[in-house]
Design a binder for this molecule. Structure first.
Ligand SMILES: [Zn+2]
Length: 385
């Protein structure tokens, strides 16, 4: 059995060990050591990165009770090798992991919720609880969690005897058999867990609970702490500062300012649509009454305006009437007329790579054609330029 150096002292970052076994594995090698400080993937936490005997440790897995370190080149059985953890990553994970214990213990104490999932690997750290919480409740948990950080209480890991364990009260994700490791946050929490944690809560720094979503009947909360929370704050601060400068409003007033902008945009949209309608009406009024096919092309006509134009043309003209709006190689259309226009619709769709339909009086759709192709088609139908 490999001695787990991380089990009782999570601050071991370099160590020496004997190579006990090295076997080929997936185009590389799997190494078993006499002892290790590398935490293998488990309980939602990724394996520790680092270097072993000068080789990059690509992964660490616990397989049938044995810890295997995966490296690219072979190490010689019997040799003494040095292991060096990527301490920045490991320490950050210790902080996030301890923060998770604090947050879950408060959610459990206040709301009776159980921690049913945890993910700690990439930059995104999430924890799952088996019941719903509101933003206000999450904010209150966050406040309390940060009070536990400020109190700087001790965090200890112990492996109790079966007798001690029987008497202990602790949180656990599942029924445990065999050796149980208890992580105690003094006066706050006791939880069965095999991962490394910090020694005092003050090391965690700020705990920030970010977005949360409903997940499997409960909530999934995104969590950041320490430098990662600071980096996130810095980015968000820079963004609000930039937006506040652009809008010339105070940072605390951004939401109201954006609401005003959106309302203004909606107003402009309505005004633009009304202006486009007036232009469309003027274009219709300028068409000389005729029994030949007629069509008009607008730049930014919505379906309602296209219909309005076709209705206007149909009142003035006796033949096929159409309105187009679009740009480049795609135009929306409405087709109408005094007679049955179904055949004309099918014909135009076929000629201009279009789709759409309607009844005998009016149809609508889209053609994949340029303005020139539309003009050529209507010219051959007999329309004037
Ligand atoms: Zn833990």
């Amino acid at each position: 059995m490999t001695e787990k150096l991380y089990e009782l002292n999570s601050y071991v970052r370099t160590f020496t060990a004997l190579v006990e076994e090295c076997v080929p594995h997936n185009n590389g090698y799997a190494v078993r050591l006499s002892r290790t400080a590398f935490f293998p993937e488990g309980g939602g936490q990724a394996a520790d990165p680092g270097v072993l005997g000068g080789l990059t440790v690509k992964d660490v897995q616990l397989v049938e009770g044995e810890i295997w370190h995966y490296v690219q080149e072979p190490l010689l059985a019997g040799d003494e090798v040095e292991g060096v953890l990527d301490w920045e990553t490991r320490f950050s994970r210790m902080r996030h992991h301890t923060a998770e214990h604090i947050v879950c213990s408060i959610a459990h104490r206040w709301h009776g919720l159980r921690n049913v999932g945890f993910h700690l690997g990439s930059e995104d750290v999430t924890l799952d609880l088996d019941g719903e919480l509101t933003r206000e409740q999450i904010d209150a948990i966050e406040d309390e969690a940060n009070r536990v950080v400020a109190a700087n209480v001790a965090v200890t890991a112990t492996i109790p005897t079966a007798e001690e364990l029987a008497k202990a009260t602790y949180r656990s994700k599942k029924e445990l058999d065999g050796e149980v490791r208890l992580v105690t946050i003094d006066g706050v929490d006791c939880c069965a867990c095999c991962a490394p944690h910090v020694a005092r809560t003050g090391e965690i720094g700020l705990i920030k609970l970010l977005d949360f979503i409903r997940y499997k009947g409960g909530v999934r909360i995104h969590l950041l702490c320490g430098e990662a929370a600071l980096a996130d704050y810095r980015l968000r601060y820079a963004q609000s500062a930039e937006i506040s400068a652009k809008l010339s409003v105070k940072q605390y007033d951004l939401t109201a300012a954006v609401d005003r902008l959106l309302a203004e945009k909606d107003g402009l949209k309505l005004a633009l649509r009304a202006a486009n309608r007036r232009i469309a009406d003027m274009q219709v009024a300028a068409v000389m009454p005729t029994d030949k096919p007629v069509y008009l092309v607008g730049e930014d006509w919505d379906t309602e305006t296209l219909r309005r134009v076709v209705n206007g043309l149909t009142e003035r003209c006796g033949g096929l009437c159409a309105a187009f709006s679009g740009s480049g190689g795609a135009y929306s259309y409405v087709l109408g007329g005094t007679g049955d226009i179904r055949a004309a619709t099918a014909q135009m769709n076929a000629a201009l790579n279009g789709r759409g339909g309607g009844d005998h009086r009016q149809s609508q759709g889209r053609v994949q054609a340029t303005a020139e192709q539309i003009a050529a088609y209507w010219r051959q139908l007999g329309a004037d330029e």
